[in-house]
Each structure stands twice: as C-alpha cells, then as structure tokens.
Design a protein around this ligand. Structure first.
Ligand SMILES: NC(=O)c1ccc[n+]([C@@H]2O[C@H](COP(=O)([O-])OP(=O)(O)OC[C@H]3O[C@@H](n4cnc5c(N)ncnc54)[C@H](OP(=O)(O)O)[C@@H]3O)[C@@H](O)[C@H]2O)c1
Length: 300
C-alpha cells in the first residue's frame, strides 16, 4: 500500500514509518519544513512538502495514496480549542478527498476524553461522547464509513512512552519533578492513566490501516491504567527526590497545563481492540521504560 502519513516527522511517526516499511508498504510523509522533510527521509520515507492547516498543499498526495494515517497535531498547548478545530478541518478535508474510494483513513484521538465526567468507570471502545475536542474528529471519521471511507480512530493513552519519546507527557512530568524537587501526585494518587509503548501503538496503526472496518474506534493501551502515585514514586526514585501528595487546589500551580489532567481517573480497556486486530502489546510497559533510565539520561 502507498500510505500518506501526516505527522510523519513526529514521535509516533518515528515508529510508524519503520513499522509500515517493514510490512512492505511505501510511505509518503507530510513535512512542513526542511527539518521535517529531512526527518521523514532519514526514516526511509518520501517527504511531501505541505502544511496540515492548508489542505490544498497535500490533498493531491492523499488522492495518490492507497490509505492515510493522520498523526499531525499542534502541540504548542497555547490554544487547545484552536488546535482541535484545526485538526477537525484537516480530517474533514482528507475524508472528503477519500469519499467513495473505500480507502482507509486512520485518525487519532485520546483515551483521556473518556475520563471527563466518567467518575473512574472503565472506558471501552464503544463509549463515546456527543462532541468536544478530539471527539468531534472521532465522530467525523466514524461517520465517513457511510461516505465510502474505511475510517477508523486510534485513541492513544496519554502516556505514549519509549526511548523515542522526547516531549510527551512523561518527559514533561520528569522535567516538572526536577524543577520542583518533588514528584507529585494529587490526593491519594490512586487515579489511573493508561500507557502504551510507542512501537506497540505504531503496530496498532498499521493493523488498523490494513484491516480495521470502517467506523471502528480502537484503544492503544497496554493495560487498564497505572496509578499516578506509582508513576510519581518511580520518577522520584530515579531522581532521588521525594514523592509527595498535593491538594487539588495546588495542581495547576505545580503541573501547569497538566494540572486538570493529572487528576483524571482514566482506566481503559483494549479488549475489543485486541480481539478485532489480534493486537498484543509486546514492548516494555511504562514502569519498565521509566526504570530503564533513558528518560532520565535524555534530560541530563
Ligand atoms: N505522544 C503522546 O503521548 C500522545 C498521547 C495521546 C495522543 N497523542 C496524539 O498522537 C498524535 C501524534 O503525536 P506525536 O507524539 O507523534 O506528536 P509530535 O511528536 O508532537 O508530532 C506532531 C507532528 O505533527 C506535525 N505537525 C504539527 N502541525 C503541523 C502542520 N500544521 N502541518 C504539518 N505537520 C504538522 C509535526 O511536524 P513538525 O515536525 O514540523 O513539528 C509532527 O510531525 C497527535 O495527534 C497527538 O495529539 C499523542
């Protein structure tokens, strides 16, 4: 398959390109700068110069492909609503170009959206919400099945971890712990976040591209979730600093934009995903990855 990948120069792209190439696919990666084009080429793919916010710059490449994986996202965390709206416009433009072709589009969402208002209930693939950031993309992609697009969505765990992860939530938590001299969790820290190894996530994207039925939501999680206290204690141990509980009112000051997120309880099941695509996480889990040390070496 000739696969067009947005976000090919990013973290998950760094695992997805080799995953696709090893399975015999050709990869064309969207690149908005010389540096991104060089990263895409270095990973063995062809770079297509364009910008995700300017569909005219890449829709011909979409049309020339046999399938699309959409990973690009504005992670500046300055205006989250604008980033989500831009993402929705990009996804809709890709879907319109693929309409009637039956080709696959694999888009990206996150499991955390299930945690808002869920009260710690285990989240399943069939769970959804009527609308909101990232959910609008999910719903748009699922609806594309009726328009002749084999659209599916991968909901990623908030912690996508591996030695390829240099600016995800794990490095941010480690940086905050270093700066504050303590690794914090909120309250008793029993609230859970799921995690997934980057390379396992990449394999799930490939499997979805190859065979997920249109309208499928998939969960990229290696287990139901890790208590935030366990994550903080592991970071604390590696850094030789204390792990401490903070009050909910202190979370924003301590964690910045992560403040509301680290209070969410987001247990998530991937049972349906595993069964549908015969996907099984095989790479080191979050705690093994934190204990392996690479996260702490890259921050020195
Ligand atoms: N990593 C995680 O822990 C995690 C967790 C949950 C969900 N996700 C989601 O997974 C997807 C991929 O994440 P990631 O970790 O690979 O992100 P990343 O490392 O920050 O990479 C983002 C990619 O998007 C590209 N991009 C951003 N804006 C663009 C634009 N206007 N035009 C073209 N390309 C643009 C970037 O290109 P440049 O190289 O030019 O910057 C980069 O290739 C995103 O949707 C993200 O929100 C990630």
């Amino acid at each position: 398959m000739r696969v067009f990948v947005t976000g090919a120069s990013g973290h998950i792209g760094s695992a997805l390109i080799p995953e696709l190439l090893a399975a015999g696919h050709q990869v064309v990666g969207l690149a908005r700068s010389d540096a991104a084009a060089a990263a895409v080429a270095e990973r063995g793919a062809e770079a297509h110069r364009g910008d995700a916010t300017d569909p005219d710059s890449f829709l011909d490449a979409v049309a020339a492909a046999d399938g699309v994986v959409h990973l690009a996202y504005d992670h500046s965390f300055t205006d989250m609503a604008a980033a989500a709206a831009a993402d929705l416009r990009t996804v809709r433009a890709i879907g319109e170009r693929l309409a009637g072709t039956g080709k696959p589009l694999v888009a990206t969402s996150g499991t955390l959206l299930l945690a808002f208002g869920s009260d710690g209930a285990l989240g399943f693939e069939h769970d959804t919400r009527p609308g909101g950031s990232r959910i609008d993309v999910e719903n748009a992609v699922v609806a594309m099945a009726a328009e002749g697009v084999r659209g599916s969505v991968v909901r990623l765990a908030p912690l996508v971890h591996s030695d390829l992860d240099h600016h995800g939530f794990a490095p941010i938590m480690i940086r905050i712990a270093r700066e504050k001299g303590v690794a914090a969790y909120v309250g008793d820290g029993t609230n859970r976040w799921p995690a997934v190894n980057t390379r396992d996530a990449a394999r799930l994207y490939r499997l979805a591209l190859e065979s997920a039925p249109g309208g499928t939501r998939l969960h990229a999680v290696e287990g139901e979730g890790v208590p935030l206290r366990t994550i903080a204690e592991t970071i604390a141990q590696r850094l030789g600093i204390p792990a401490v509980s903070i009050e909910p009112e202190q979370a924003d000051e301590h964690f910045g934009f992560l403040g509301p997120l680290v209070q969410l309880d987001n247990p998530t099941s991937a049972e349906a995903t595993r069964k549908l695509l015969d996907w099984k996480p095989e790479h080191p889990d979050l705690i093994a990855d934190l204990e392996a040390g690479h996260y702490f070496r890259t921050q020195d």
